[in-house]
Design a protein around this ligand. Structure first.
Ligand code: CP3
Length: 354
Protein backbone atom coordinates (compact mmCIF):
# COMPACT_ATOMS: atom_id res chain seq x y z
CA UNK A 1 0.00 0.00 0.00
CA UNK A 2 1.28 3.45 -0.84
CA UNK A 3 2.34 5.58 2.12
CA UNK A 4 1.02 9.07 1.42
CA UNK A 5 1.32 10.68 4.85
CA UNK A 6 4.55 12.74 4.70
CA UNK A 7 5.18 12.40 8.47
CA UNK A 8 4.82 8.62 8.35
CA UNK A 9 7.10 8.48 5.33
CA UNK A 10 9.74 10.56 7.15
CA UNK A 11 9.55 8.27 10.20
CA UNK A 12 9.77 5.18 8.05
CA UNK A 13 12.94 6.45 6.40
CA UNK A 14 14.49 7.75 9.62
CA UNK A 15 14.39 4.21 10.98
CA UNK A 16 16.01 2.78 7.84
CA UNK A 17 19.24 0.85 8.33
CA UNK A 18 21.13 3.16 6.03
CA UNK A 19 20.18 6.46 7.69
CA UNK A 20 20.60 4.98 11.17
CA UNK A 21 24.13 3.87 10.27
CA UNK A 22 24.89 7.37 8.92
CA UNK A 23 23.95 8.64 12.40
CA UNK A 24 26.01 5.85 14.07
CA UNK A 25 22.92 4.25 15.60
CA UNK A 26 22.74 0.47 16.05
CA UNK A 27 21.05 -1.45 13.21
CA UNK A 28 19.62 -4.98 12.85
CA UNK A 29 22.24 -5.68 10.16
CA UNK A 30 24.93 -3.71 8.33
CA UNK A 31 23.44 -1.63 5.50
CA UNK A 32 24.92 -2.04 2.02
CA UNK A 33 24.66 -0.11 -1.24
CA UNK A 34 27.19 0.01 -4.05
CA UNK A 35 28.68 2.91 -5.92
CA UNK A 36 27.65 2.66 -9.58
CA UNK A 37 24.97 0.13 -8.59
CA UNK A 38 23.06 1.28 -11.68
CA UNK A 39 25.10 0.77 -14.81
CA UNK A 40 26.50 -1.39 -17.54
CA UNK A 41 26.93 -4.61 -15.55
CA UNK A 42 23.11 -4.86 -15.50
CA UNK A 43 21.37 -6.26 -18.61
CA UNK A 44 18.36 -3.98 -17.99
CA UNK A 45 20.65 -0.95 -18.10
CA UNK A 46 22.36 -2.09 -21.31
CA UNK A 47 18.94 -2.60 -22.92
CA UNK A 48 17.96 1.01 -22.16
CA UNK A 49 21.36 2.31 -23.29
CA UNK A 50 20.85 0.58 -26.64
CA UNK A 51 17.98 3.05 -27.21
CA UNK A 52 19.19 6.19 -25.37
CA UNK A 53 22.48 8.00 -24.84
CA UNK A 54 23.91 8.32 -21.32
CA UNK A 55 23.01 12.04 -21.29
CA UNK A 56 19.45 11.30 -22.49
CA UNK A 57 19.03 8.91 -19.55
CA UNK A 58 20.21 11.63 -17.17
CA UNK A 59 18.08 14.37 -18.69
CA UNK A 60 14.79 12.47 -18.82
CA UNK A 61 13.42 12.16 -15.24
CA UNK A 62 11.26 9.11 -16.07
CA UNK A 63 14.26 7.27 -17.55
CA UNK A 64 16.61 8.40 -14.77
CA UNK A 65 14.04 7.03 -12.31
CA UNK A 66 13.80 3.74 -14.19
CA UNK A 67 17.59 3.28 -14.09
CA UNK A 68 17.79 4.28 -10.41
CA UNK A 69 15.23 1.57 -9.60
CA UNK A 70 16.95 -1.23 -11.56
CA UNK A 71 19.36 -2.29 -8.78
CA UNK A 72 16.59 -2.31 -6.14
CA UNK A 73 16.02 -5.97 -7.05
CA UNK A 74 19.42 -6.71 -5.46
CA UNK A 75 18.10 -5.83 -2.00
CA UNK A 76 20.41 -2.84 -1.40
CA UNK A 77 19.59 -0.51 1.52
CA UNK A 78 19.72 2.77 -0.41
CA UNK A 79 19.04 4.06 -3.91
CA UNK A 80 21.40 6.50 -5.60
CA UNK A 81 20.11 9.06 -8.04
CA UNK A 82 21.06 8.20 -11.61
CA UNK A 83 23.03 11.17 -12.92
CA UNK A 84 26.71 12.05 -13.38
CA UNK A 85 29.10 14.32 -11.52
CA UNK A 86 29.87 16.19 -14.76
CA UNK A 87 26.31 17.42 -15.43
CA UNK A 88 26.83 20.90 -13.86
CA UNK A 89 29.67 21.64 -16.28
CA UNK A 90 27.31 22.10 -19.23
CA UNK A 91 25.17 24.93 -17.77
CA UNK A 92 28.36 26.51 -16.34
CA UNK A 93 29.49 26.90 -19.96
CA UNK A 94 31.74 23.85 -20.46
CA UNK A 95 29.83 21.29 -22.56
CA UNK A 96 31.06 17.70 -22.75
CA UNK A 97 30.04 14.32 -24.08
CA UNK A 98 30.47 10.70 -23.08
CA UNK A 99 32.44 9.42 -26.05
CA UNK A 100 32.28 5.72 -26.80
CA UNK A 101 35.22 3.88 -25.23
CA UNK A 102 36.89 7.11 -24.09
CA UNK A 103 34.82 8.25 -21.14
CA UNK A 104 33.96 11.93 -20.73
CA UNK A 105 35.35 14.50 -23.19
CA UNK A 106 35.14 18.23 -22.38
CA UNK A 107 34.99 20.04 -25.73
CA UNK A 108 36.93 23.16 -24.79
CA UNK A 109 39.18 22.38 -21.79
CA UNK A 110 40.15 25.27 -19.49
CA UNK A 111 43.53 26.67 -20.52
CA UNK A 112 43.24 30.37 -19.70
CA UNK A 113 42.07 32.81 -17.04
CA UNK A 114 39.53 34.24 -19.50
CA UNK A 115 37.85 30.82 -19.70
CA UNK A 116 37.68 30.59 -15.91
CA UNK A 117 36.19 34.09 -15.68
CA UNK A 118 33.59 33.15 -18.28
CA UNK A 119 32.28 30.14 -16.29
CA UNK A 120 28.83 30.82 -14.90
CA UNK A 121 28.05 30.30 -11.20
CA UNK A 122 24.61 28.84 -11.81
CA UNK A 123 21.72 27.90 -9.55
CA UNK A 124 20.53 24.32 -9.86
CA UNK A 125 17.18 25.50 -11.30
CA UNK A 126 19.14 27.13 -14.05
CA UNK A 127 20.16 24.20 -16.25
CA UNK A 128 19.93 21.28 -13.79
CA UNK A 129 16.17 21.33 -13.17
CA UNK A 130 15.93 17.88 -14.78
CA UNK A 131 17.99 16.38 -11.92
CA UNK A 132 15.67 17.93 -9.33
CA UNK A 133 12.66 16.59 -11.25
CA UNK A 134 14.29 13.14 -11.33
CA UNK A 135 14.71 13.24 -7.53
CA UNK A 136 11.01 14.04 -7.07
CA UNK A 137 10.00 11.26 -9.46
CA UNK A 138 12.30 8.70 -7.77
CA UNK A 139 11.09 9.64 -4.28
CA UNK A 140 7.51 8.94 -5.37
CA UNK A 141 8.51 5.64 -6.96
CA UNK A 142 10.54 4.54 -3.89
CA UNK A 143 7.62 5.42 -1.65
CA UNK A 144 9.71 5.24 1.52
CA UNK A 145 11.13 1.74 0.87
CA UNK A 146 14.75 2.90 1.09
CA UNK A 147 16.40 6.34 1.31
CA UNK A 148 17.60 8.16 -1.80
CA UNK A 149 21.21 9.38 -2.03
CA UNK A 150 21.86 12.50 -4.09
CA UNK A 151 25.41 13.45 -5.11
CA UNK A 152 27.82 15.83 -6.75
CA UNK A 153 31.47 15.88 -7.75
CA UNK A 154 33.92 17.71 -5.50
CA UNK A 155 35.76 20.80 -6.81
CA UNK A 156 39.16 19.10 -7.37
CA UNK A 157 37.70 16.14 -9.27
CA UNK A 158 35.51 18.42 -11.41
CA UNK A 159 38.43 20.83 -12.03
CA UNK A 160 40.55 17.90 -13.23
CA UNK A 161 38.00 17.00 -15.94
CA UNK A 162 37.61 20.66 -16.92
CA UNK A 163 41.35 21.19 -17.28
CA UNK A 164 42.49 17.81 -18.62
CA UNK A 165 39.49 17.55 -20.95
CA UNK A 166 38.80 13.99 -19.80
CA UNK A 167 40.35 11.26 -17.72
CA UNK A 168 43.99 11.66 -16.77
CA UNK A 169 46.94 9.67 -15.45
CA UNK A 170 49.25 12.33 -14.06
CA UNK A 171 46.95 15.33 -13.71
CA UNK A 172 49.84 17.41 -15.00
CA UNK A 173 47.76 20.23 -16.53
CA UNK A 174 45.62 20.43 -13.41
CA UNK A 175 48.66 20.66 -11.14
CA UNK A 176 50.39 23.10 -13.48
CA UNK A 177 47.54 25.57 -12.93
CA UNK A 178 47.35 24.74 -9.21
CA UNK A 179 51.08 25.30 -8.52
CA UNK A 180 51.75 27.90 -11.21
CA UNK A 181 48.79 30.24 -10.91
CA UNK A 182 47.12 29.80 -7.50
CA UNK A 183 45.01 32.90 -8.05
CA UNK A 184 43.34 31.43 -11.15
CA UNK A 185 43.17 28.03 -9.44
CA UNK A 186 41.28 29.51 -6.51
CA UNK A 187 38.98 31.43 -8.85
CA UNK A 188 38.10 28.17 -10.63
CA UNK A 189 37.78 26.10 -7.44
CA UNK A 190 35.70 28.86 -5.82
CA UNK A 191 33.22 28.85 -8.70
CA UNK A 192 32.97 25.05 -8.72
CA UNK A 193 32.53 24.92 -4.94
CA UNK A 194 29.69 27.42 -4.97
CA UNK A 195 27.89 25.66 -7.85
CA UNK A 196 28.25 22.30 -6.09
CA UNK A 197 27.04 23.73 -2.78
CA UNK A 198 23.92 25.23 -4.41
CA UNK A 199 23.31 22.04 -6.39
CA UNK A 200 23.45 19.82 -3.28
CA UNK A 201 21.23 22.21 -1.30
CA UNK A 202 18.71 21.99 -4.17
CA UNK A 203 18.93 18.18 -4.23
CA UNK A 204 18.19 18.08 -0.49
CA UNK A 205 15.25 20.48 -0.96
CA UNK A 206 13.96 18.25 -3.79
CA UNK A 207 13.91 15.24 -1.43
CA UNK A 208 17.37 13.59 -1.30
CA UNK A 209 17.68 11.80 2.08
CA UNK A 210 21.49 11.95 2.07
CA UNK A 211 24.12 13.41 -0.25
CA UNK A 212 27.54 12.13 -1.24
CA UNK A 213 30.41 14.31 -2.41
CA UNK A 214 32.62 12.38 -4.86
CA UNK A 215 36.26 13.51 -4.74
CA UNK A 216 37.32 10.50 -6.77
CA UNK A 217 40.75 11.72 -7.87
CA UNK A 218 41.85 13.79 -4.85
CA UNK A 219 44.23 10.99 -3.78
CA UNK A 220 46.60 12.45 -6.40
CA UNK A 221 47.57 15.10 -3.86
CA UNK A 222 49.95 15.13 -0.89
CA UNK A 223 48.46 16.17 2.46
CA UNK A 224 50.19 19.58 2.29
CA UNK A 225 48.81 20.29 -1.17
CA UNK A 226 45.34 19.06 -0.22
CA UNK A 227 45.34 21.41 2.78
CA UNK A 228 46.52 24.39 0.77
CA UNK A 229 44.73 24.06 -2.55
CA UNK A 230 41.63 21.94 -1.98
CA UNK A 231 40.45 21.72 1.62
CA UNK A 232 39.10 25.31 1.90
CA UNK A 233 36.89 24.70 -1.14
CA UNK A 234 35.58 21.37 0.15
CA UNK A 235 34.87 23.10 3.48
CA UNK A 236 32.90 25.76 1.62
CA UNK A 237 30.70 23.04 0.08
CA UNK A 238 30.23 20.86 3.16
CA UNK A 239 29.78 23.59 5.75
CA UNK A 240 27.12 25.18 3.58
CA UNK A 241 24.67 22.27 3.38
CA UNK A 242 22.91 22.53 6.74
CA UNK A 243 22.29 19.55 9.02
CA UNK A 244 19.04 18.22 7.62
CA UNK A 245 20.51 15.12 5.96
CA UNK A 246 23.74 13.14 6.42
CA UNK A 247 26.68 13.89 4.17
CA UNK A 248 29.07 11.25 2.81
CA UNK A 249 32.53 12.51 1.86
CA UNK A 250 34.22 10.08 -0.53
CA UNK A 251 37.58 9.84 -2.25
CA UNK A 252 40.04 7.19 -3.43
CA UNK A 253 43.76 6.88 -2.78
CA UNK A 254 43.12 8.95 0.34
CA UNK A 255 45.02 6.91 2.95
CA UNK A 256 47.18 9.94 3.83
CA UNK A 257 44.31 12.44 3.59
CA UNK A 258 41.68 10.94 5.90
CA UNK A 259 42.26 13.33 8.82
CA UNK A 260 42.12 16.33 6.49
CA UNK A 261 38.97 15.03 4.80
CA UNK A 262 37.36 14.57 8.18
CA UNK A 263 38.33 18.14 9.05
CA UNK A 264 36.79 19.35 5.77
CA UNK A 265 33.48 17.77 6.75
CA UNK A 266 31.07 14.89 6.32
CA UNK A 267 29.12 12.65 8.69
CA UNK A 268 30.36 9.57 6.85
CA UNK A 269 33.86 9.26 5.37
CA UNK A 270 34.43 6.94 2.41
CA UNK A 271 37.35 4.50 2.58
CA UNK A 272 38.83 2.71 -0.40
CA UNK A 273 40.32 -0.80 -0.22
CA UNK A 274 43.94 0.33 0.07
CA UNK A 275 43.34 1.42 3.67
CA UNK A 276 42.37 -1.44 6.02
CA UNK A 277 38.96 -0.45 7.40
CA UNK A 278 39.88 -0.65 11.09
CA UNK A 279 42.94 1.62 10.59
CA UNK A 280 40.97 4.01 8.40
CA UNK A 281 38.14 4.30 10.91
CA UNK A 282 40.60 4.97 13.75
CA UNK A 283 42.19 7.77 11.73
CA UNK A 284 38.83 9.22 10.71
CA UNK A 285 37.73 8.99 14.35
CA UNK A 286 35.03 6.81 15.84
CA UNK A 287 32.82 9.87 16.21
CA UNK A 288 32.18 9.67 12.45
CA UNK A 289 30.64 6.88 10.39
CA UNK A 290 32.58 5.20 7.58
CA UNK A 291 31.62 3.67 4.24
CA UNK A 292 33.46 0.97 2.35
CA UNK A 293 35.66 -0.69 1.48
CA UNK A 294 35.90 -3.96 -0.51
CA UNK A 295 37.99 -3.93 -3.69
CA UNK A 296 35.47 -3.87 -6.61
CA UNK A 297 37.57 -6.38 -8.57
CA UNK A 298 36.99 -9.00 -5.85
CA UNK A 299 33.52 -9.36 -7.42
CA UNK A 300 35.17 -11.18 -10.35
CA UNK A 301 36.39 -13.92 -7.97
CA UNK A 302 34.55 -17.13 -6.97
CA UNK A 303 31.87 -16.67 -4.28
CA UNK A 304 33.92 -18.15 -1.44
CA UNK A 305 36.64 -15.55 -2.09
CA UNK A 306 34.05 -12.76 -2.28
CA UNK A 307 32.60 -13.88 1.06
CA UNK A 308 36.05 -14.08 2.64
CA UNK A 309 36.78 -10.47 1.63
CA UNK A 310 33.34 -9.24 2.69
CA UNK A 311 33.76 -10.97 6.05
CA UNK A 312 37.14 -9.32 6.49
CA UNK A 313 35.53 -5.90 6.01
CA UNK A 314 32.70 -6.73 8.45
CA UNK A 315 35.19 -8.07 11.02
CA UNK A 316 37.30 -4.93 10.72
CA UNK A 317 34.19 -2.84 11.46
CA UNK A 318 33.66 -5.14 14.46
CA UNK A 319 29.91 -4.51 14.69
CA UNK A 320 30.53 -0.89 15.75
CA UNK A 321 27.48 1.26 14.82
CA UNK A 322 28.22 3.56 11.89
CA UNK A 323 29.54 1.22 9.21
CA UNK A 324 27.94 1.28 5.77
CA UNK A 325 29.18 -1.56 3.59
CA UNK A 326 30.19 -0.52 0.08
CA UNK A 327 32.96 -1.12 -2.40
CA UNK A 328 36.04 1.09 -2.26
CA UNK A 329 35.05 2.52 -5.67
CA UNK A 330 32.34 1.90 -8.29
CA UNK A 331 31.23 -1.51 -9.64
CA UNK A 332 33.06 -2.33 -12.86
CA UNK A 333 31.07 -2.89 -16.08
CA UNK A 334 31.70 -6.65 -16.49
CA UNK A 335 30.84 -7.60 -12.89
CA UNK A 336 28.51 -10.66 -12.68
CA UNK A 337 25.08 -9.58 -11.37
CA UNK A 338 24.63 -12.88 -9.47
CA UNK A 339 27.81 -12.19 -7.47
CA UNK A 340 26.59 -8.70 -6.58
CA UNK A 341 23.29 -10.13 -5.35
CA UNK A 342 25.14 -12.81 -3.37
CA UNK A 343 27.32 -10.12 -1.76
CA UNK A 344 24.28 -8.08 -0.65
CA UNK A 345 22.65 -11.18 0.89
CA UNK A 346 25.90 -12.27 2.53
CA UNK A 347 26.53 -8.87 4.15
CA UNK A 348 23.00 -8.86 5.59
CA UNK A 349 23.21 -12.46 6.86
CA UNK A 350 26.74 -12.31 8.23
CA UNK A 351 26.06 -9.04 10.11
CA UNK A 352 22.54 -9.92 11.31
CA UNK A 353 22.02 -9.25 15.02
CA UNK A 354 18.87 -11.36 15.15
O1 CP3 B 1 26.37 5.17 -8.59
C1 CP3 B 1 25.37 5.18 -9.35
O2 CP3 B 1 24.77 4.16 -9.67
C2 CP3 B 1 24.84 6.52 -9.80
C3 CP3 B 1 25.29 6.97 -11.07
C4 CP3 B 1 26.67 7.56 -11.27
C5 CP3 B 1 27.26 7.63 -12.55
N1 CP3 B 1 28.41 8.35 -12.45
C6 CP3 B 1 26.69 7.04 -13.77
C7 CP3 B 1 27.57 6.80 -14.93
C8 CP3 B 1 27.52 8.22 -10.38
C9 CP3 B 1 27.40 8.39 -8.87
C10 CP3 B 1 28.62 8.70 -11.16
C11 CP3 B 1 29.71 9.48 -10.56
C12 CP3 B 1 30.89 9.75 -11.37
N2 CP3 B 1 30.96 10.06 -12.70
C13 CP3 B 1 32.19 9.85 -10.84
C14 CP3 B 1 32.54 9.69 -9.40
C15 CP3 B 1 32.55 8.27 -9.00
C16 CP3 B 1 33.70 7.52 -9.52
O3 CP3 B 1 33.45 6.51 -10.20
O4 CP3 B 1 34.82 7.92 -9.21
C17 CP3 B 1 33.06 10.14 -11.89
C18 CP3 B 1 34.57 10.31 -11.80
C19 CP3 B 1 32.28 10.29 -13.06
C20 CP3 B 1 32.74 10.68 -14.41
C21 CP3 B 1 32.43 9.64 -15.39
N3 CP3 B 1 31.17 9.37 -15.88
C22 CP3 B 1 33.33 8.78 -16.04
C23 CP3 B 1 34.82 8.74 -15.79
C24 CP3 B 1 32.59 8.00 -16.92
C25 CP3 B 1 33.11 7.06 -17.95
C26 CP3 B 1 33.74 5.88 -17.36
C27 CP3 B 1 32.87 4.71 -17.59
O5 CP3 B 1 32.61 3.99 -16.63
O6 CP3 B 1 32.50 4.54 -18.76
C28 CP3 B 1 31.23 8.34 -16.78
C29 CP3 B 1 30.07 7.74 -17.46
C30 CP3 B 1 29.05 7.10 -16.59
N4 CP3 B 1 28.52 7.65 -15.46
C31 CP3 B 1 28.43 5.83 -16.82
C32 CP3 B 1 27.49 5.65 -15.79
C33 CP3 B 1 26.55 4.50 -15.60
C34 CP3 B 1 28.69 4.92 -18.00
C35 CP3 B 1 27.90 5.48 -19.12
C36 CP3 B 1 27.49 4.47 -20.14
O7 CP3 B 1 26.42 3.88 -20.01
O8 CP3 B 1 28.23 4.33 -21.13
Amino acid sequence: MAVTDPIRLTNLLASSRFLKACRREATDATPIWLMRQAGRYMPEYRALRAKHSMLDLCKNPALACEVTMQPMQLGVDAAILFADILLPLEPMGAPFEFAKGEGPVVHDPIASRAQIDALRVIDADDGLGYVLEAIKTIKKELNGRVPLIGFAGAPFTLASYLIEGGKSTHFAKTKKLMYGDPDSWNALMGKLAEVVRRYLVAQIAAGADCVQLFDSWVGQLSPDDYREYVQPHVKHVLSGLGHEVPIIHFGTGTSTLLELQREAGGDVIGLDWRTPLADGWKRVGHDRAVQGNMDPTVLFAPLDVVKKHAKRVLDAAGGRPGHIFNLGHGILPETPVATVKALVDFVHEASSKK
